[in-house]
Structures are given as structure tokens and as C-alpha cells.
Design a protein around this ligand. Structure first.
Ligand SMILES: Nc1nc2c(ncn2[C@@H]2O[C@H](COP(=O)(O)OP(=O)(O)OP(=O)(O)O)[C@@H](O)[C@H]2O)c(=O)[nH]1
Ligand SMILES: [Mg+2]
Length: 213
């Protein structure tokens, strides 16, 4: 990696305003993390949906990473996240999501536990060509008790059925699994909406009065 931190943040996604102020009606801010293995599209997703210019801590990958980083499935990838990505999206007049994209390389995984502090929910991005790369993310979230959903990012991998992906990830039936294209604002926003609905369902189930036998 180069020693200089990249400050070349790209412009917000097409359709996003340059820097809209936070709505005065915004009543709840939810911290959400996007996790998953190396190069599954975490930074891409935060960039695609953020309505503010996203903060990215990207470094150029150099030959120093040879033999350490497995680039076989991410040919053409030239940068990697070394700390985290940050973005913001207003889902409606009241709900604002603060998005944190985790670094995917193993040597930065020690940062994850800090990143999970105060997190209400997570998106686990997976690439079906290498599902095993996202096992660690699921393990950590389960250990933290952080609710999550899984989004299958479309890299043109093998056409696994949903059941096959669930089995490979050992995913309980109650955890939503959906398809997405992290490069698309609309598709990524749908993933975040699915997560918020999942969080809402979980909190409704928790607050429902227990049935007496
Ligand atoms: N075909 C395809 N390519 C994608 C998709 N999402 C991201 N990419 C590409 O995949 C590469 C990796 O994306 P990143 O967003 O850097 O992945 P990351 O998970 O943040 O990577 P690390 O931070 O290094 O772990 C980039 O070149 C993206 O343009 C997708 O849905 N389909
Ligand atoms: Mg990244």
C-alpha cells in the first residue's frame, strides 16, 4: 500500500445532491455497518447510496500485498479500505442511516469490534464465488448480538439457489437474504430498507406480550 492516504473521494452517486442538510424532521439516526470479505463491494455500496460526499479511507494496493491479498476474484481492483467508509442516507423524513463500511482485509479485522459499538444493524455483503470470505463477518455479528441481513452482490458468480447460499452460510430462516448490485443506488437503498424492516420486525417481536399457555 502507498503511505499517503487517498483524499480523492468521488462525487456522490448520480441523483444524489452535493450536500443536502439533515432534515429538521429527522428524529432517529441509526448506525449501520456494511461488512463482508475482501472486495465484496462494501465501499461501492456506501458510495452508491450516500447523500453526502462519502468519507473513504482507500489506499492503493501495491506489490507489497502480493502473497497476502488474494486478488484472484477481484481482478482490476486497485484500492482497498484501510479504516472505514462513512456515508449518510435519509430513508424518509424521520429516519437517517449513518453508514460505516468495514475494511475487508484480514489484517484490518481487529477494527471491526470497535466499529460494531453502538451499531443497530448490519448488512453482510457476499460474493457467491467466495461465500466463505464472509463467514467471519457473520460469526462476529452473532458474537456481538448485532442483527443483520445478507445481501448477495452480483459479480456474475455461479447461479446458486437461495437455499444453497443459506446452507453455505448456515443462515437461520429468520435472517433475510436478498440480491443486490452494490453499484446501484436504488438496489443498495433497497438492501438498507430491508435491514430497517428486519430491525423493526425484531423490535416488534421483542415488545409483543408473551402468550400465556
Ligand atoms: N460486477 C460487479 N462489480 C462490483 C459490484 N460491486 C462492486 N464491484 C466492483 O468490485 C470491486 C471491489 O469493490 P469495493 O467496493 O472496493 O470492495 P470492498 O468490499 O470495499 O473492498 P475492501 O475494502 O478492499 O475489502 C470494485 O472494482 C467495484 O467496482 C457488483 O455488484 N458487480
Ligand atoms: Mg472497501
Amino acid at each position: 500500500m502507498d503511505s499517503a492516504t487517498s483524499e480523492a473521494n468521488p462525487a456522490p452517486a448520480a441523483g444524489a445532491e452535493a450536500r443536502p442538510p439533515l432534515l429538521s424532521t429527522a428524529a432517529q439516526g441509526l448506525k449501520i455497518v456494511v461488512v463482508g470479505g475482501f472486495g465484496v463491494g462494501k465501499t461501492t455500496m456506501v458510495r452508491a447510496v450516500s447523500e453526502i460526499r462519502p468519507l473513504n479511507t482507500e489506499e492503493t494496493m501495491t506489490r507489497a500485498g502480493e502473497g497476502v491479498d488474494d486478488l484472484s476474484a477481484v481482478r482490476g481492483k486497485t484500492t482497498t479500505t484501510i479504516a472505514f467508509d462513512f456515508g449518510r442516507i435519509s430513508l424518509d423524513d424521520e429516519t437517517v442511516l449513518y453508514l460505516f463500511g468495514a475494511p475487508g482485509q484480514k489484517r484490518f479485522w481487529f477494527l471491526w469490534d470497535r466499529l460494531f459499538a453502538g451499531t443497530l444493524g448490519a448488512v453482510v455483503l457476499v460474493d457467491t464465488r467466495r461465500l466463505e470470505d464472509s463467514w467471519y463477518a457473520i460469526d462476529r455479528l452473532e458474537a456481538h448480538g448485532t442483527p443483520f441481513i445478507v445481501a448477495r452482490n452480483d459479480f456474475g458468480g455461479p447461479p446458486h439457489t437461495t437455499a444453497q447460499v443459506r446452507e453455505a452460510l448456515d443462515l437461520p430462516a429468520g435472517i433475510p437474504l436478498l440480491d443486490c448490485d452494490a453499484r446501484s443506488r436504488e438496489s443498495s437503498k433497497n438492501v438498507l430498507l430491508a435491514l430497517v424492516h428486519h430491525l423493526y420486525d425484531l423490535s416488534t417481536a421483542r415488545s409483543a406480550p408473551e402468550k400465556t399457555p
